[in-house]
Design a binder for this molecule. Structure first.
Ligand SMILES: O=C(O)CCC(=O)C(=O)O
Ligand SMILES: [Fe+2]
Length: 279
């Protein structure tokens, strides 16, 4: 399996993109409308924020889950026992955001959401009729004005050598949400698991946009769209001294949206957050 990069502006991009999602759980887009200068500015200013003690004034609130999550409380992926080597900040437009970082990150939030709605309409348009029939509403409507869509700014610090045995930057996991939209990070490391169990590098050319399926879309499509395992491996050699910043936007439907006969978006999310040990 190889992940092909798809030109967003190609005449058959929607069809190719949805085929890639179906085959691998991932789609990689080049030539897309997200401005690279904006992403670079965000990486730079948030890297500085993670280096500063200012982050401690924005410690996350357990009730609302916005703010800074230090590495000591960061996630343990489902089925794992060792914490990931990462710290992160949860950005919601209604949540706390340091003043000097507000403008760029909220612009990105808005623009990435607009593109995400278009990508969901591609998914809908290229779903077979029997799959589409199970969607309780058009996919873009599920996330419209959602207060739950989460932009996570992740910082994977340089390796110190004191990491817990077996710990990696992000242990293998599946995302909980509908789709995740992720600009290629400033360093490689993201891998997706192929059907044969092997791990494949996600093409991380700076400027690519990476989209992957989450468990909620898998649930809503009756398994037609697979939510595939992915992970972020530790750097080797000279790259050990480098931080990695990444910026996944997790598209979450409005809480009352029906995903399937078993779940609403809210009941699904609560179950998963409990499993992760973050609520
Ligand atoms: O940092 C990355 O490239 C991916 C992060 C990720 O998979 C996640 O936070 O769910
Ligand atoms: Fe993920």
């Amino acid at each position: 399996m190889k992940l092909e990069t798809i030109d967003y502006r190609a005449p058959d991009s929607a069809q190719q993109f949805v085929q890639s999602l179906r085959d691998t759980g991932f789609g990689v887009l080049s030539n897309h409308p997200i401005r690279q200068e904006l992403v670079e500015a965000i990486y730079k200013e948030w890297h500085a924020f993670f280096q500063s003690d200012n982050k401690l004034e924005f410690l996350f609130k357990p009730e609302t889950q916005d703010g800074f999550f230090p590495s000591e409380v960061s996630e343990t992926a489902k089925g794992h026992t060792v914490k990931d080597i990462k710290e992160y900040y949860h950005v919601y437009p209604w949540g706390r955001i340091p003043d000097s970082l507000r403008e760029n990150i909220l612009t990105y939030y808005r623009e990435a959401n607009a593109l995400a709605a278009e990508l969901l309409s591609w998914v809908e348009a290229h779903s077979p009729e029997d799959v589409k029939a199970h969607f309780s509403m058009p996919l873009p409507d599920m996330i419209k004005d959602s207060q739950k869509t989460l932009l996570r700014v992740l910082h994977y610090p340089p390796m110190t050598g004191d990491e817990e045995l077996g710990a990696i930057r992000a242990a293998a996991h599946e995302d909980i949400n509908l789709l995740t939209v992720l600009p290629a990070a400033n360093e490689p490391g993201l891998q997706v698991q192929a059907k044969d169990g092997s791990w494949i590098d996600v093409p991380s050319d700076f400027g690519n946009l990476i989209i992957n399926i989450g468990d909620m879309l898998q649930e809503a499509s009756g398994g037609y769209f697979p939510s595939t395992s992915h992970r972020v491996i530790n750097p080797e050699g000279a790259d050990k001294t480098k931080s990695r910043i990444s910026l996944p936007l997790f598209l979450h439907p409005n809480p009352e949206v029906v995903l399937s006969e078993r779940y609403t978006a809210d009941s699904y999310l609560m179950e998963r957050l409990r499993e992760l040990g973050v609520i």
